[in-house]
Design a protein around this ligand. Sequence first.
Ligand SMILES: NC(=O)c1ccc[n+]([C@@H]2O[C@H](COP(=O)([O-])OP(=O)(O)OC[C@H]3O[C@@H](n4cnc5c(N)ncnc54)[C@H](O)[C@@H]3O)[C@@H](O)[C@H]2O)c1
Length: 403
Amino acid sequence: MKPIKLCIVGAGQFAQNFAHLFKAHPMVSEVSIAEVIAERRAAESKRLGIPRTFDSLESALAAPDIDAVALFTQRWMHAPMAIAAMRTGKHVYSAVPAATSLDELSELIDTVKQTGMTYMMGETSYYYGATVYCRQRWQQGDFGRFVYGEGEYLHDMSHGFYEAFQYSGGDRWKRTAGFPPMLYPTHSVAMILSVTGARMTQVSCIGQIDEHEDGIFRQGANDWNNVFSNQSALFRTSDGGMARMNEFRRVGCGGGRSVRMSLFGTKGTFEEMTGGASWSDLQCHTEDVEPLIKCEGVYSHEQWERIKVDVQLKGDFVSGFAQVHQPLRDRLPAAYRTQPNGHEGSHQFLADDFVTACTRQTTPTVSVWDAARYNAPGIVAHQSALKGGELLNIPDYPKPATA
Ligand SMILES: NC(=O)c1ccc[n+]([C@@H]2O[C@H](COP(=O)([O-])OP(=O)(O)OC[C@H]3O[C@@H](n4cnc5c(N)ncnc54)[C@H](O)[C@@H]3O)[C@@H](O)[C@H]2O)c1
């Protein structure tokens, strides 16, 4: 096995939470940065201690010694960049979402099949304490048959999104801040489907038309002509169950985890809400499981200071591990023991999963087929919302038996 050279594409807010992890990984021999904004490129190169830089994705793709790119560009850019990268022989780690249209998802899958390159979507919620806990109990059979799941990402614009979109979009920030909530569905969807292994087959979604005076979610005011700031979708699942996803960007809710889930089975149920999480079962046994899934510890105060989101959401970006993560930590490189983590304990697992998949040539944890399974339900949900809640079918992206 040969170590890889990896280029981080997009040195914005999120990339800084992964640069140190890729640098510290024993199977990464060099990390570089590609960033189109010259001042940001220079500043991040210095601050993160990464001397080699490129002025764009294209320049990085032209460098023959770069083995992999990690895409941390804006959320609607990922699929075309990932496809271009794989076609030039680079492995791809992509921040979420994988894509914003079904055509992009199909092309991503075709490109993985044609090129044989490794593609992984960095779905943070895959490793949240709640999801890890539910996967363990699911595998033990404690839920019984799947009945109903809830996944939600509740993030009010005033909780740091204004600042993040201004940093990201510059003078055009309002045109991009109106991104349709359901085109960012993977955190919510993955929390349920990464436990049950099923897929969403049909959806009916309703959107709430925004009325806020900032005028961001208005016809003509953003690049998607999107008027919805909140969207709620009801799904049918391939295992005969039901699920509900909420993507809210105007909601007076905070203080707890912004991404959360509940999962109801015929034998047992996990429920998460602001202030805690519980397990209960058919025999009326109840248990407070918050101590198992709550992440403790913050490693870096410098990171803490730099995050441009509201103080109560900073814990999303900079976090330690939960008790439920402990058994999984054995497989992480020893060098990670002193490294910062983030997003409910997920960053270290995701960085290691990707590097391991590239170097061992194995299918990564969140493969391109999983990415499509978590992403497509939101894309179709948004189409449903535009049609007043019409029930629509969601395509299947079956993982080949060999993957
Ligand atoms: N929990 C999570 O999984 C999570 C959390 C936060 C952000 N994200 C995702 O991470 C991504 C990055 O978010 P962010 O807040 O850091 O965005 P950002 O806007 O702060 O950073 C993106 C950077 O990419 C650069 N860029 C754009 N096009 C480029 C190109 N062609 N070549 C090189 N650089 C280019 C931009 O100049 C910018 O600096 C987003 O897609 C977001 O959805 C995921």
